[in-house]
Ligand binder design. Structure first.
Ligand code: 13P
Length: 249
């Protein structure tokens, strides 16, 4: 059985005080759940967030990582650095990183290699823009992101990969993919994996949906057969909303 996961991507939100308070609040209210629960604070708050979450069921994960081992990359963070503070999972290829920080399929393929080399699990993000969907090109775009970013990897790499389908037009816009649209794409993604790696691998990979998931739509989206949880932005910034979403699993 593949894992259910609900991950909160805090993006560039929450200072030190808010980060530790939010984790404390989450831990106080966290229900018993079959889902793995993760939160991704900004880099500077990883250590205090990990301390706040120590011994709990909440995993603190990173939002990004560079592909190089070390060197002259001002402002960047390496896999080794993440590992040295206890980070075990990293988000890669978020659409905001692709759009604003020039991340490409090529650089993401390198990041995936580096993460695997260091035994860091990745939440690898894919998703089409509105224009792609309007042009009926969304399946091709997502397929290419997966192929170009990840299909050079061997089958056993997939035990360390979680996919997050985040249609760009649904991120932070209040517009959500319908549960049917999410299911349709998730099933397509699983078939794409099955064609390359076989059904067993495809069935083992958790595929999360992200894009305006809220307490009032989470349950319906998570109920779909190929949706294994969510990557939550705005609604992960409030403990009560995030918990309500977790309860939708
Ligand atoms: P929102 O939930 O704010 O739409 O963001 C989704 C997202 O980008 C999570 O990574």
């Amino acid at each position: 059985m593949r894992k259910k996961i609900v991950a909160g991507n805090w993006k560039m939100n929450n200072d030190l005080k808010k980060s530790t308070e939010l984790i404390a609040d989450l831990l106080k209210k966290l229900p018993k759940t079959e889902a793995e629960v993760m939160v991704a604070p900004t880099f500077v708050n990883l250590i205090p967030a990990m301390e706040a979450a120590k011994g709990s069921a909440v995993e603190v994960i990173a939002q990004n990582m560079h592909f190089a081992e070390n060197g002259a990359y001002t402002g960047e963070i390496s896999a080794e650095m993440l590992k040295s503070v206890g980070v075990k999972t990293v988000i890669l290829g978020h659409s905001e990183r692709r759009a604003y920080f020039n991340e490409t399929d090529e650089s993401l393929a390198k990041k995936a290699d580096t993460a695997l080399k260091h035994n860091i699990r990745m939440v690898f993000c894919i998703g089409e823009e509105l224009a792609d969907r309007k042009a009926d090109n969304h399946f091709k775009v997502v397929e290419n992101q997966i192929k170009n970013g990840l299909f050079h990897l061997p089958a056993d790499a997939w035990k360390n990969i979680v996919l997050a389908y985040e249609p760009v037009w649904a991120i932070g816009t209040g517009e959500t993919a319908s549960p049917e649209q999410a299911q349709e794409m998730h099933a397509f993604i699983r078939k794409t994996l099955a064609d390359k790696y076989g059904k067993e691998v495809a069935d083992s990979v958790s595929i999360l949906y992200g894009g305006s998931v809220k307490p009032d739509n989470a349950k319906e989206i998570f109920a779909k057969a190929d949706v294994d949880g969510g990557l939550i932005g705005g609604a992960s910034l409030k403990a009560d909303d995030f918990i309500a979403i977790i309860n939708g699993i």
